[in-house]
Write a new protein. Structure first.
Length: 128
């Protein structure tokens, strides 16, 4: 009886692992890109005479709800970028137009930002 329970337990565990690790699970559908990225960050705003640059910065990325919008919280008193919309391109998320001049590319290991809105400019070259 003990052997039967062991075998049954192993079968149930195997079935759970197989269904949980589906190959059809695209990371871009999950919060795969959420987390902290470390590296160079900068921000300039000529209207307020603000210029912040550091090679030891952080950007904390969070997904907004179940949509394709993300928030980017910068370290070093750099204003956040919120509600930035993306489209999925394979396993990479690429920013789509919103009236700003923008290049934001994010994957599991790397975050690149060049974002200009009005006179304000944000940049990031970060990894995790």
């Amino acid at each position: 009886m003990k052997n039967l329970l062991k075998i049954l337990g192993i079968c149930v565990l195997s079935l759970f692992i197989i269904t949980a690790c589906s190959r059809d699970d695209d990371p871009a559908d999950n919060d795969f890109f959420a987390g902290t990225y470390n590296g160079s960050v900068s921000y300039t705003d000529p209207d307020t005479n603000t210029s912040i640059t550091t090679n030891d910065g952080k950007v904390f990325v969070t997904k907004v709800g179940s949509s394709t919008k993300y928030n980017f919280a910068f370290s070093n008193n750099i204003p956040n970028l919120n509600g930035i919309e993306f489209e999925k391109n394979g396993n990479v998320m690429i920013n789509v137009g919103n009236g700003a001049t923008a290049f934001i590319q994010i994957d599991n290991d790397k975050l690149d930002i060049f974002y200009v809105q009005g006179n304000k400019t944000w940049t990031a070259d970060c990894t995790r």
